[in-house]
Design a protein around this ligand. Structure first.
Ligand code: PRE
Length: 116
């Protein structure tokens, strides 16, 4: 028998909700990253920079306002967005590097001086 006190039913119920919310967050984040991967490919193919500070400013203003309405700490909402966007920008930079490497290889293949 364990010496730990029994978990109250109310705590178990609340933890069930927390687990469902965490699962939803994981799926939502996965969808967001699927979209941003496509943005990264689009940006690399058009020669656009990985980050867009103007867009980020708009997102911060919008999220802070939504957080306020939702009774969530706007500072936390801003930090959370910054954490995600920082990761997205790293992905975009890696995609841009791969894209540049592929183009360099294509050019080398097309160059008659390249030994086949
Ligand atoms: O909207 C873009 O341009 C993106 O690259 C997406 C995103 C984001 O994750 O929301 C990421 C980086 C940019 O600095 C701004 C926004």
């Amino acid at each position: 028998m364990s010496d730990l006190p029994e978990i109250p039913a109310e705590l178990r119920r609340l933890r069930g909700s927390i687990d469902n919310i965490d699962a939803a967050l994981v799926y939502l984040l996965a969808e967001r990253f699927k979209a941003t991967q496509q943005v990264g490919v689009l940006k690399a193919s058009r020669g656009l920079p990985p980050s867009d500070p103007g867009r980020e400013e708009e997102q911060v203003a919008r999220l802070r306002s939504l957080a306020h309405e939702a009774d969530l700490d706007p500072v936390f909402a801003e930090k959370f967005l910054a954490f995600i966007v920082e990761e997205v920008i790293r992905h975009h930079e890696a995609i841009a590097q791969d894209h540049a490497q592929d183009r360099a290889e294509d050019r080398a293949e097309d160059d008659p001086r390249t030994l086949a």
